[in-house]
Design a protein around this ligand. Sequence first.
Ligand SMILES: [Mg+2]
Length: 230
Amino acid sequence: MDSCNKSTRDSSPFDCLLFDLDETLYSAKIGIGEATKRNIDDFLVQECGFPVTQTKILRIELFKTYGSSLAGFACYDIDADDYHRFFTNSDRIHATKALDRLGIRDSFEQIICFETMNPNLAKSTRPDEFPVVLKPSLEAFRIAIDVAEIDPRRTLFLDDSVRNVAAGKAVGLRTALVGRSIKIKEADFVLETVNSLAQAIPEIWLGEGQRMTRTRSQMDPMLATAPIGA
Ligand SMILES: [Mg+2]
């Protein structure tokens, strides 16, 4: 899921900030990522009949090969809505809940999520009719750029995934790797947390000090969010 926050200022090098949500807009330490992995493992056992001992290996392999568990499930005829109802982290419901929990939903003009990338999936008449599109596929980025009507050269894409940042760079976006301290060649910027955005990339708000202050205060609650359970 990505959220798009457009700026209209001429002095900034960016017209739009395109944020990944999970473990970019909030810390990995609060536990959503681990809870999601446990739910995927449960789904593989309860809905697909895989042995408990194989779920972790299968989940990792699906993610490495296809970019998401659901994309890899195409050959198993698994309904996307059933999968999302079990709880994953890429549909609109999750995105809106997370942004509400963070208290920053109003800061974004648009949510680009699983449903945006895969509008025809529900109409499938066979498992492989509409391949699942998600980051880091270049097609996912092209859809996001088209839907948001943005110029990638004036859009800053922020994500905690090296693979996603590399894909974003490949389609012409400016990129920032979040949650790391060491820069990679595909990232124009690196920042340890999104809370340090104003310090790491001050040119976003050139000449707009009031907005920078407001944005920083909106970011503060993110890392203070209490850990959650599964
Ligand atoms: Mg992420």
